[in-house]
Design a protein around this ligand. Structure first.
Ligand code: MTE
Length: 319
């Protein structure tokens, strides 16, 4: 996710280096190698304090979604190889992400809805149909994992929000607080991290609001207390630590699209036949195994989502 349009004098070297390097294959391998060393974050640090929603876990598994032969990535590997730019541009941000305070956590629902409202995370989770799902997770950087998520279908939240019939998109935003996420002081990035889906995508069964992973509340580095998982799209669409959900008839300008639209578009559906402008998307490194496997169209979820895009061939669906 190199930010090509910035001039050298606009970014200090310390900011330039990770962006330039961390999407190259060599750095990915180096990053995976580091996982084998002593940088792993013990899970005890991840689960700081008592989470008020702990007693709800584990949720019942929805067996509809299978991994087709892939294995769940071990929790300690997944929890130590993250993208969460609010806490830095390294993959090892688990420790820094502990600064995130996840209670109280209010989620604002606004824009084109019958009646805007705010709801606390613990009230929201209690009113949603909770379940576990195993999902593949494919990053635009050409690596993948498989994760045991807990949460609820995004369409259940849409039903609660009651969008007006004119709403065409839902925008999902991360918190903005430079006192806990100092990287958000970098004014050349379009904070807060913003993502969006069409209403048809948001109402698709696969679109999942994640509250937990591996049978317990979400660790901070995964985007506690509430994140999105849209596994047919590149991972950057799955916005973390959401505190605002806005319905609109205008397509939202997303974080990466605002930075570099030629490389990271709005739709960002996984397609091995459409390379990123600077690297192939034909295969992916399976984190924690050292192996590479072919990438599948829509990350293997074609039967669930292909219909959404019928008649939209003129859109840049795969960037
Ligand atoms: N959400 C926020 N707020 N900030 C981020 O930097 N990174 C995205 C996505 N959501 C990101 C984010 C990217 S690039 C990926 S691949 C996934 O989160 C990574 O999720 P994981 O760390 O749980 O694997």
């Amino acid at each position: 996710m190199l930010i090509k349009h910035f001039k050298g004098w606009e970014l200090p070297d310390s900011q330039l280096t990770p962006e330039n390097l961390f999407f190259s294959k060599r750095t990915l391998l180096k990053g995976a190698g580091l996982l084998g060393a002593n940088l792993l974050m013990p899970t005890s640090i991840q689960a700081q304090g008592a989470d008020p929603s702990s007693a709800l876990y584990p949720f019942k598994r929805n067996e509809t979604y299978t991994l087709d032969g892939k294995n769940i990535t071990p929790e300690n590997i997944n929890g130590n190889y993250n993208n969460f730019y609010e806490f830095g541009q390294s993959k090892q941000i688990a420790k820094a992400a502990q600064a995130l305070k996840t209670r109280p956590w209010l989620i604002k629902i606004d824009g084109m809805v019958e009646k805007p409202f705010e709801i606390g995370f613990d009230d929201l989770i209690k009113s949603m149909p909770l379940e576990e799902r195993n999902y593949r997770h494919r990053c635009v950087e050409a690596w993948s994992m498989a994760v045991n998520w807990s949460g609820f279908p995004l369409k259940a939240l849409l039903a609660m929000a009651k969008p007006l019939s004119g709403a065409k998109y839902v925008q999902l935003q991360t918190f903005l607080d430079t006192s806990i996420a100092p990287a958000q002081k970098q004014s050349w990035y379009p904070w807060p991290y913003t993502e969006g889906l069409s209403i048809a995508e948001a109402n698709n069964d696969l679109a999942f609001m994640v509250t937990g992973a591996y049978g317990k509340p979400l660790a901070n580095q995964h985007g506690a207390p509430l994140r999105l998982a849209v596994p047919w799209k590149y991972g950057f669409k799955s916005v973390k630590s959401i505190n605002r959900i806005t319905f609109t008839d205008v397509r939202p300008k997303t974080y990466w699209e605002a930075l570099q639209s030629a490389e990271y578009g709005f739709w960002a559906n996984v397609n091995p036949a459409v390379p990123h402008p600077r690297w192939s998307q034909a295969d992916e490194e399976v984190i924690g195994t050292g192996s590479r496997v072919p990438t599948l169209i829509f990350n293997g979820y074609e039967k669930y989502v292909a219909d959404i895009y019928k008649g939209m061939e003129k859109e840049r669906l795969y960037i």
